[in-house]
Design a protein around this ligand. Structure first.
Ligand code: DAH
Length: 329
């Protein structure tokens, strides 16, 4: 038995320790077998042997436990030493690790605006008519509702057609000043080369007291943002219409493929349409009960930005989970 205890003390790995434990206390182990000899004894002799065996078992177990803890600690330390990762190591091709173009583009947009102090908000994907349309100055039968082919549920709820309802929800729960962006999925009944039924938008909203939030603040912010996204491009504001903003504008950048000379991607115009924006319409403020405030808002499709920054020509390929496409990023 002394050799058993000696072997236990000399064990070098937890594996070896376990082998010795099984040899001693397993079903056919040497100590277990000694216990079965008790059956054939009686009286003092039985008592004597039982006492010896119990003592032996206890010493075995206590040495085993102590040794086990000691070896496990050493083994953990060795494993940590070996598997150490140097997170500061230089990565030679960061473009291989961009992730999905949509997430990558969304994260870049979030980075820009949160750096400027915009709060990141999210809203429900299933919306009611009030938040998705009515409060945004799109009353029932308003022709602009047709621009947004909507998926309706039976109970007049719907899949949000844009991220603009999050403007309303934010204003209903906060007081100015507000600076928020809301990225997320949106849904419309559309499917072709440049449309999918589910796509992503980012909404931005700034509201301040009095007349502090102006169109020139909006213009400066968006121009700077677009140069952050696309580099040294020209930016132009074209007057447009959105029911929830007045005045409204659409914002173009000079084509990143032909540098404004005219090519297939920009339909020979030299310009690429990127986002919509404007000064928040007074009607929208009324709908949420705001008085004496000013604000501006903007909204953009993340897919469009991702197609331009990552050079993808068919929008559907973002969602087809084809590894050959995804592996390129
Ligand atoms: N909600 C618009 C859409 O889906 C995008 C948009 C345009 C949002 C102008 C805005 C805005 O906040 O000011 O087409």
């Amino acid at each position: 038995m002394d050799t058993l205890l000696q072997r236990l003390k000399n064990a070098k790995t937890s594996q070896e320790l376990e082998t010795i434990r099984v040899e001693a206390l397993g079903k056919k182990g040497s100590i277990t077998q000694k216990f079965s000899e008790l059956k054939s004894l009686e009286g003092e002799a039985k008592k004597e042997l039982a006492k010896t065996l119990n003592n032996l078992k206890m010493s075995f177990e206590s040495i085993h436990q102590e040794k086990k803890t000691q070896l496990q600690t050493l083994e953990l330390k060795a494993a940590l030493e070996q598997e150490k990762i140097d997170v500061s190591l230089f990565v030679s091709n960061p473009h291989k690790t961009l992730g999905h173009p949509i997430s990558y583009t969304k994260d870049r947009i979030i980075d820009y605006f949160t750096y400027l102090g915009y709060e990141l908000c999210i809203g429900p994907l299933i919306e009611d008519d009030f938040h998705n349309f009515a409060a945004l100055n799109l009353p029932e039968y308003h022709p602009a509702r047709d621009m947004q082919d909507t998926f309706y549920f039976k109970d007049s709820m719907l899949l949000r057609t844009h991220t603009s309802p999050v403007q309303i929800r934010t204003m209903q729960t906060q007081v100015p000043p507000i600076k928020m962006i809301c990225p997320g999925p949106t849904f419309r009944r559309d499917y072709d080369l440049t449309h999918t039924p589910m796509f992503h938008q980012v909404e931005g909203l700034v509201v301040d007291n009095g007349d502090k939030a102006s169109f020139s603040n909006l213009k400066y912010t968006l121009e700077d943002f677009l140069r952050y996204m696309f580099g040294d491009v020209k930016v132009r504001f074209r007057s447009s219409f959105f029911p929830f903003t007045e005045p409204s504008a659409e914002v173009d950048i000079s084509c990143v493929f032909c540098d404004g000379c005219g090519c297939r991607v920009c339909s020979q115009t030299g310009w690429l349409e990127i986002l919509g924006c404007g000064v928040v319409d007074e009607y929208v403020f009324q709908a949420v009960g705001y008085k004496n405030v000013s604000g501006y808002a903007f909204g953009m499709g993340i897919e469009r930005l991702a197609m331009l920054t990552c050079g993808v020509s068919d929008l559907r390929s973002f969602f087809e989970t084809d590894l050959r496409v995804l592996e390129q990023f």
